[in-house]
Design a protein around this ligand. Structure first.
Ligand code: C2E
Ligand code: MG
Ligand code: MG
Ligand code: MG
Length: 283
C-alpha cells in the first residue's frame, strides 16, 4: 500500500516536472512567433507630475496574449526571452512599436515629454544594441529626446561596457532611467558612475511607507539623495492617496501607479489622458 502510494507520488512529481518543462517549451515556441501572430501588445502607464497632475510621459509595458494560455505575465516570459536571447529581436520589436505609437501621439499635436521603454540586461549587453536603437529611431522618425530607456542595476554586471554605452546613448539625446532602484546591489556606486536622468524608486518601498517609520525614512532618504544629485525622481506603485500625500510632502517629482491608472492599451490613452489639441475642432 505504502509502496504504491510512494509510486503514485513519484509519478505525480514526474508529471509535474513534465508539465513545467512542456509549459516552458510551449511558451518558448510561442514566443518565437508571438509578435508575428499579433499576440504581443504594448500597454502604457502614465507618469504623473506631482503637483500639477500633468501626464506627458508614459511607460511602455509589454503584454502577451497567448491564443491557448491566455494572458502571460512579462514576469514569466521576459526571463524566458532573456534565457533564450529572444529578448534581442523581441526587445527591438517592442522598442519599434512603442516609438511608432508615441510618434503618432506627437503627430496628433499633443504636448508630450517622453516614452519610457524597459531594456533588459541581455539586450544592453548585446554589442549591436546602440545601433539597433539608432535604426529604430531612423525608421520611426522619433527624435531621440523623446525616448527614455529604463535600465535596472543588473545591466551593470558589466560596467566597463555598460557605462560607455550609456554615454553614447546620452550623446544621442536619449534619456536614461534607473528602474527598480533599491532592489539591487551597490546602488550608490551606480548613482555616481551612471549618466542618469531619472531614478525610479521600486514599488516595494512605496507600498510599505505607512507600515513603519523605518520604511518611511528609507523613501525619504532616497528622494532626498535623488534631489541632491539633480535627478528626476519617480515613485513606482503608488496605490493610495496617503502614499501620494507623503510623496508630495517629500517633493518627489512624479509617480506611477494604480492610484492614477494601471497600464492601458494604446487606444485608451487619448480619451483618458489627452486634452483636446489646441485649435482642433470641438466635437
Ligand atoms: P517594471 O519596469 O518595474 O514595471 C512596473 C510594474 O509594476 C509593471 O508590471 C506595472 O504594471 C506594475 N505596476 C504599476 N503600477 C502599479 C501599482 O500601483 N501597484 C502594483 N502592484 N503594480 C503596479 P508588469 O507590466 O507586469 O511588468 C513587470 C516587469 O516586467 C517590469 O517591471 C519590467 O521589469 C518587465 N517588463 C515589462 N515590459 C517589458 C518590456 O517591454 N521589456 C523588458 N525588457 N521588460 C519588461
Ligand atoms: Mg520599468
Ligand atoms: Mg523593470
Ligand atoms: Mg520598476
Amino acid at each position: 500500500q505504502a509502496k504504491q502510494e510512494g509510486g503514485n507520488q513519484y509519478q505525480f512529481f514526474t508529471m509535474e516536472i513534465n508539465e513545467t518543462i512542456s509549459r516552458k517549451m510551449t511558451l518558448e515556441t510561442g514566443l518565437r512567433k508571438a509578435a508575428a501572430l499579433g499576440e504581443i501588445e504594448i500597454y502604457y502607464q502614465p507618469q504623473v507630475v506631482i503637483g500639477t497632475g500633468d501626464v506627458k510621459s508614459f511607460e511602455a509595458l509589454v503584454r502577451w496574449n497567448h491564443r491557448e494560455l491566455g494572458v502571460v505575465s512579462p514576469l514569466d516570459f521576459i526571463p524566458l526571452a532573456e534565457e533564450t536571447k529572444l529578448i534581442i529581436p523581441l526587445g527591438k520589436w517592442i522598442l519599434h512599436k512603442a516609438c511608432t505609437q508615441f510618434k503618432a501621439w506627437l503627430d496628433e499635436g499633443h504636448d508630450l515629454c517622453h516614452i519610457s521603454v524597459n531594456i533588459s540586461a541581455v539586450q544592453f549587453d548585446d554589442p549591436g544594441f546602440v545601433d539597433s536603437v539608432k535604426q529604430v529611431l531612423n525608421e520611426t522618425g522619433l527624435e531621440p529626446r523623446y525616448l527614455d530607456l529604463e535600465l535596472t542595476e543588473s545591466v551593470v554586471q558589466n560596467p566597463q561596457t555598460a557605462i560607455p554605452f550609456m554615454h553614447e546613448l546620452k550623446a544621442m539625446g536619449i534619456k536614461i532611467s534607473l528602474d527598480d532602484f533599491g532592489t539591487g546591489y551597490s546602488s550608490l556606486n551606480y548613482l555616481k558612475d551612471f549618466p542618469l536622468d531619472t531614478l525610479k524608486i521600486d514599488k516595494s518601498f512605496i507600498q510599505t511607507i505607512h507600515q513603519s517609520p523605518k520604511d518611511m525614512a528609507v523613501v525619504d532618504t532616497i528622494i532626498h539623495m535623488a534631489l541632491n544629485l539633480n535627478l528626476n525622481v519617480i515613485a513606482e506603485g503608488v496605490e493610495t492617496p496617503s502614499q501620494l500625500d507623503y510623496l508630495v510632502s517629500r517633493k518627489c517629482h512624479q509617480y506611477q501607479g494604480y492610484l492614477c491608472s494601471a497600464p492601458v492599451p494604446h487606444d485608451q490613452i487619448s480619451t483618458r489622458f489627452f486634452q483636446p489639441v489646441k485649435g482642433a475642432p470641438l466635437t
